[in-house]
Design a protein around this ligand. Structure first.
Ligand code: APR
Length: 352
């Protein structure tokens, strides 16, 4: 018996240590986002006021470039209550896919025909272009996107928490699957894509590491699969290079863009691809401290100025030559007329 015990003891110890290690690592995984979120912010202070304030601002079209007048009556308080209910008192890493569906039924993203703009890898440029151009509308300008843009939110499932909102820390983007704000953006993107009609555009960063069209992006996984080929007539790929880079980046028909083009073909969606669209080039120039240091920002201006000057010079020279020719021809005509008159006079004098 004693011998058996002595043989089993190391095995039992090993099992106990293994169990402790496994439990510790499981615990650590479950709270992984908490550690990763240490550096990240918690729920935005005054989120209730900001969210509802933005809602009122949007539906009253106070920022006239960022709204659509809508026939449906919108109840901002009701939308907030529904939104809050989706995450309050809950573990932010345990959100089901449909939890924001009712919020998005109450606050539907809407864009006019031919104006929907998707983007991936260049939020700032897309926001800026959409703000200054009436040609493009992005999710962040639609009601749900406008209310939630740049906000941080997550629940607190600690029973000791009074309001069930964590103002200290929230999981970082991608820190855990089923993360609450990611669920919101997924659902909003899905609805945004479903309602798009006519020509739609997607702006992609030609200098993005790993390719402009990223397989794991929200655009690739949510928006693209939800485009309706019966109502979307054309997908315009806008491939935007970083104008401060000396490299050209990805090009249409190559690399990850080729894969996007293939997927559009499979989905039955006609497409066109433009490299370096002007709206995005100029908007980047406006964000640089010394834009004239970059060829992309001064090239066209100087070239068109030079072209204008050249046209003026050529025009002036041609005008001068034509004027001289007219004068010469006129002088020659006058002289020949005079000669003819003299000849006639002398012929008339012969018979006499
Ligand atoms: N860490 C933190 N935030 C991230 C991360 C990350 N690893 N990945 C993405 N994000 C957040 C950032 O805020 C980023 O600006 O998601 C945003 C978009 O990510 P992208 O990969 O640039 O683009 P994509 O995933 O395709 O989402 C953009 O979804 O919002 C809609 O309609 C919108 O077409 C747009 C698309």
């Amino acid at each position: 018996m004693d011998g058996k015990n002595t043989t089993l003891q190391p095995v039992v110890h090993f099992c106990i240590i293994l169990c402790i290690v496994l439990l510790t690592s499981l615990e650590a995984n479950a709270h992984m986002w908490r550690r990763q979120a240490d550096a990240g912010p918690g729920t935005t202070k005054n989120i209730a006021e900001i969210f509802q304030g933005r809602c009122h601002e949007h539906i009253q079209c106070l920022q006239t470039d960022q709204c659509n007048r809508r026939p449906k009556v919108i109840n901002c308080t009701a939308i907030w209550i529904e939104f809050l209910g989706a995450f309050q008192h809950q573990n932010p890493c345990n959100t089901s896919a449909d939890v924001y569906d009712d919020v998005l039924t109450m606050a539907v993203p809407i864009t006019p025909d031919d104006q929907t703009l998707f983007w991936s890898g260049l939020l700032d440029a897309a926001l800026n272009v959409a703000r200054v151009s009436m040609q493009y509308r992005i999710l962040e300008e639609s009601l749900p996107g406008y209310m939630a843009n740049q906000l941080v939110w997550c629940g607190d499932d600690d029973p000791a928490s009074v309001d069930g909102i964590n103002y200290e820390k929230c999981p970082e983007w991608g820190a855990c699957e089923n993360e609450t704000s990611f669920r919101f953006w997924q659902a909003a993107s899905r609805e945004f894509s479903r309602q798009a009609t006519g020509k739609v555009s997607v702006a992609l960063n030609a200098h993005r590491d790993g390719g402009a069209f990223r397989n794991t992006s929200v655009f690739a996984t949510v928006e693209l699969p939800n485009l309706n080929p019966d109502t979307v007539t054309m997908v315009e790929i806008l491939l935007v290079p970083d104008i401060t880079s000396t490299e050209e980046g990805e090009k249409c028909g190559k690399g990850s863009i080729k894969e996007l083009e293939r997927r559009l073909d499979v989905a039955g969606l006609p497409w066109i691809c433009t490299y370096d669209p002007l709206e995005f080039r100029y908007i980047q120039c406006t964000t640089l401290e010394n834009p004239l240091e970059y060829k992309a920002c001064r090239g066209d201006k100087q070239e068109s100025q030079r072209a204008k000057e050249e046209t003026i010079i050529v025009g002036a020279v041609l005008g001068g030559v034509i004027l001289i020719l007219i004068i010469v021809v006129a002088i020659l005509l006058v002289q020949s007329c005079k000669r003819l008159t003299r000849l006639d006079d002398s012929q008339l004098m012969i018979p006499t």
